[in-house]
Design a protein around this ligand. Structure first.
Ligand SMILES: [Cu+2]
Length: 495
């Protein structure tokens, strides 16, 4: 009975030419009808389904991924399914089914289920992942579908031309609307909030370096996604040649992040950085380092074209004689958090210096968009370190218990050790809006807090004023509420 009714409804919907055929069930991702939040990572995400119109009897449905090469169906990402729900404070159930059978109540009540990106099967276009609902069994009539995206941070060399161009376009639009400059301001004003630094000749350790930058690049990525929701930050895997092994595509090419001449002989560090060249079709063509929106006069002395050192970054760093960057394996070796924090110098600092030009100088590094790809890789390395070497802490997860300094903190400190904002439960500048007098005192803050509070996406962490503590369980492995809504192409939800 139920199926016959459904089949009839399919006919009606089809014959009136509405949407696609057979929209007899409604499916919602994150339990909202909005399509702007239908983006998945590897982390389990809540979803629900119901009969649009009450029926005489309950209806069995089977949810599957789109059937590959069927007409009108994109070959994009895929998802895994599971029964169940997410509950804040708890780990999610395992989500690993390729199809899911559910019984929908006759009265049209919602039935909750879970979805997650199928590890290794990412999207490359917006909404190229289709979940299809079939009546009764997977060979039954289609009675509904929903399009979503498995949106994952990928190796920049693996992007399609379309993904590459949408990224560059979004970055350019962010610059043109004046917001890119805000990130430059934050990073230059907040050096001590985000890094280790020297005060009165003593090195003050910036332990929140990875946590702060995890937030910084996520803030930036969310702004790009406001412009184009299909964009995610790619990473520059700087310990390997920036040339794709099979396609030969290069990151440092005129159609991507720009190319530079290579010093024929000698040490490029002893030569001045040179202008980066872009193809005229590249949205970054003409990118200058003044970072004013169009029509606003450049600040004196600024406005030069983007420059980098004359290195060939298509080589491995060690091949270049003048640069040495450790392999990923060496960076993510299990060890204490303070040991891992040494990566702020090598390889992170080394990669900046290897880039040279703007990228090689902390206060102006953000002027080069490569900054965000470099830091995406720094964050990916941290994610790997968390997964490989650090047993989950029952309270915080993924290494928060190993983090130091933990609370409590006291100021003034008797000896320079950590700045305010670097303790586990401190709120981080600038999102906390705290301003001070801009001295190097450990409890002082910069004179300005550009950019405002952290941009919010419903159901995702962190909150308006993130703390280092909020950044560890970024996939919500131990606490689903901690999920920050990003993931890496080579870092699965579970080891
Ligand atoms: Cu950096």
């Amino acid at each position: 009975m139920g199926i016959r009714q459904i089949a009839f409804a399919v006919f009606v919907t089809f014959s009136t030419g509405l949407l696609s055929f057979g929209q007899d069930v409604e499916i919602e991702i994150r339990e909202t009808s909005k399509q702007c939040d239908d983006y998945l990572t590897w982390a389990p995400t809540s979803a629900r389904i119901r009969l649009k119109t009450p029926q005489a009897t309950p209806q069995d449905v089977v949810l599957t991924n789109d059937p590959g090469n069927a007409a009108g169906v994109p070959t994009g990402g895929d998802v895994w399914f599971s029964e169940g729900t997410l509950s804040a404070g708890a780990a999610p159930p395992t989500v690993d089914k390729t199809e899911l059978s559910l019984s929908l109540p006759a009265n049209g009540d919602w039935v909750k289920f879970l979805v997650a990106g199928w590890f290794g099967r990412t999207s490359s276009e917006d909404k190229d992942t289709i979940i299809i609902a079939y009546a009764g069994s997977a060979t039954g009539a289609e009675i509904g579908r929903i399009a979503l995206m498995v949106r994952i941070r990928k190796n920049a060399l693996d992007l399609t031309d379309g993904e590459r161009d949408r990224l560059l376009d979004a970055i350019k639009k962010l610059r043109d609307n004046g917001d890119y400059k805000t990130y430059q301001n934050i990073h230059s004003v907040g050096v001590g909030e985000a890094h280790s630094y020297r005060a009165a000749g003593v090195l003050v350790s910036g332990r929140a370096f990875v946590a702060w930058h995890r937030c910084f690049i996520l803030d930036f990525e969310r702004e790009l996604q406001e412009i184009d929701p299909s964009v995610s930050l790619p990473y520059w895997d700087f310990s390997k040649p920036a040339v794709h092994r099979d396609t030969g595509k290069r990151l440092f090419s005129s159609r991507f992040l720009g190319e530079n001449p290579v010093a024929p002989t000698g040490n490029p560090f002893s030569l001045p950085p040179v202008d980066v060249q872009f193809h005229s079709s590249n949205k970054l063509a003409g990118w200058t380092t003044d970072l004013e929106p169009p029509g606003v006069p450049a600040v004196p002395g600024a406005g030069a074209l983007l420059r980098r050192r004359q290195f060939d970054r298509g080589q491995t760093p060690v091949e270049s004689t003048f640069v040495s960057l450790p392999s990923d394996v060496d960076v993510v070796l299990p060890g204490t958090f303070s040991l891992f924090s040494g990566m702020e110098g090598t390889p992170h600092g080394s990669a900046h210096v290897w880039g040279g030009g703007s990228l090689g100088s902390v206060p102006i590094a953000v002027q080069d968009p490569l900054f965000f790809l470099l830091h995406c890789n720094v964050d990916r390395l941290w994610a790997q370190w968390q997964r490989l070497g650090n047993p989950a802490d029952p309270r915080y997860g993924n290494g928060a218990a190993a983090y130091e300094p933990q609370n409590p903190r006291t100021f003034p400190s008797t000896s320079p050790s950590f700045h305010k904002g670097h303790y586990l439960e401190d709120s981080m500048w600038p999102w906390n809006g705290e301003i001070g007098s801009g001295t190097v005192r450990l409890d002082d803050r910069p004179v300005d807090a550009p950019g405002g509070q952290f941009p919010q996406v419903k159901g995702l962490s962190p909150g308006l004023k993130p703390r280092p503590l909020d950044t560890f369980d970024y996939q919500g492995r131990l606490n689903t509420a901690a999920n920050m809504g990003f993931g890496y192409s080579d870092d699965p939800f579970k080891p």
